[in-house]
Write a protein that binds this ligand. Structure first.
Ligand SMILES: Cc1ncc(COP(=O)(O)O)c(C=O)c1O
Length: 384
């Protein structure tokens, strides 16, 4: 064992550069600290990066999903199909509108929502689908779009894991009616807390721009300009889901490095795959040759019949000082979500839940940490 490494392997470490810090400090010198020009610039650059007509910054991806559902008229009595394996935020956003989340099974290899299971779960109440581009891999948007069109339902893409992911040069979030991004610290770029909505619909853009800001017709800047700035209206029920100038400055600075950040992720992902793929009972995640992947998480599987279980590997790795995780417990297993279980069509999500393990993984992860993790897993598997 290499000296100094034991007990020191973080699951994730944020990477905030000197440039990021300078951008934040500069933003702090301005008199307008929220809803101002830096947010507008971040929105414009993000729209350009994703080739969407509009990008609207919000407080996080959960509020992005909620506002998108509201903009599309989703509410009580409606059913929204979401994958059984995703972070609880996807379900929470649906529930906050009064609608019911319906949990579809996922594909065994990609862990993305299964189109077969979507079809099985469609009823007369179904109003939409939320595909999650899980761990950075693009969902089968061609077939999901076809299903949505045929059934006259909307598609809200959960792109929390997928900043920079494209299929045939088309960025995720632009296949459906709307796309929602997260800038939480572990995501491919961060604003600490923060989110973005992208859409080509002016109606959606107008609704979310006002609803994120108390349902008002004027922004903060407009309320201090000439004319009758005090005479603003409240057009609809609103929320405070704004993204401030400091976070926007950090996001802008990080967005400049997104290509590099995603490339570094890819390199570590491929290195793990190369070194772990021949271990008995370990199933490494599929590599991607189509460029439709931004490697948000490294999730491998431990086959049950190999004599070492996922739980045992998790505990053994902790003894080596390596913190791993599981993304995620299926939604139908949560106390508050159990009651929405209908078809119980979760063959893959049930199986995956007992096999998946997420390894430490972040763009500037030291090579010696990668090797230490690989060597520790190899030792555990070979000595079992
Ligand atoms: C798939 C998915 N959707 C939505 C979210 C919510 O993101 P946020 O923390 O920005 O609200 C997350 C956060 O981890 C997520 O993983």
């Amino acid at each position: 064992m290499k000296k100094g490494i034991k007990n020191n392997i973080s699951f994730f470490k944020p990477w905030i550069t000197k440039e990021d810090k300078k951008a934040v400090m500069d933003a702090l010198d301005n008199s307008l600290l929220t809803d101002g020009p830096i947010l507008r610039e971040f929105e414009n650059k993000f729209a350009k990066f994703t080739n969407a007509k509009y990008a609207i910054g919000v407080s996080n991806a959960t509020s992005a999903l909620f506002l998108s559902l509201k903009a599309l008229g989703i509410g009580k009595g409606d059913e929204i199909i979401i994958p059984d394996i995703t972070f609880v935020a996807t379900a929470n956003a649906v529930l906050q509108t009064g609608a019911t989340p319906i949990f579809a099974d996922v594909e065994k290899n990609s862990m993305n929502i299964s189109t077969k299971s979507i079809i099985k779960n469609i009823t007369s109440k179904t109003k939409g689908i939320i595909p999650v581009h899980f761990a950075g891999r693009v969902c089968d948007m061609k077939n999901i779009s076809k299903i949505a069109k045929k059934n006259n339902i909307v598609v809200i893409e959960d792109c929390a894991h997928a900043i920079g992911a494209r299929l045939n040069k088309k960025h995720v979030g632009t296949f459906g009616n709307v796309g929602c991004f997260s800038f939480y610290p572990t995501k491919n770029i961060t604003t600490i807390e923060g989110g973005m909505i992208i859409t080509n619909s002016k109606g959606i853009k107008d609704y979310v721009t006002s609803a994120r800001n108390h349902g008002l017709t004027k922004t903060l800047t407009q309320r201090y300009s000439k004319g009758k700035p005090w005479d603003y209206d409240m057009m609809q029920l609103g929320y405070n889901f704004r993204l401030d100038e400091i976070r926007s400055a950090l996001g802008l600075s990080q967005l400049k490095r997104i290509k590099k950040l995603n490339m570094l992720r890819k390199n570590i992902y491929e290195y793990y795959n190369m070194k772990l793929k021949n271990l008995n009972g370990i199933i490494t995640p599929e590599s991607s040759s189509k460029g439709d992947h931004v490697f948000h998480l490294y999730i491998m599987r431990v086959e049950k019949n190999n004599g070492i279980s996922r739980d045992k590997l998790f505990n053994e790795l902790l003894k080596f000082g390596i913190k791993t995780s599981v993304h995620y417990k299926p939604l139908h297993k949560f106390s508050t979500l159990k009651k929405f279980s209908k078809n119980k069509d979760w063959m893959n999500s049930e199986k995956l839940y007992h096999e998946i393990i997420t390894l430490p993984f972040y763009p500037n992860m030291p090579k010696k940490h990668q090797d230490y993790i690989i060597n520790s897993i190899t030792k555990i598997i070979n000595n079992k």
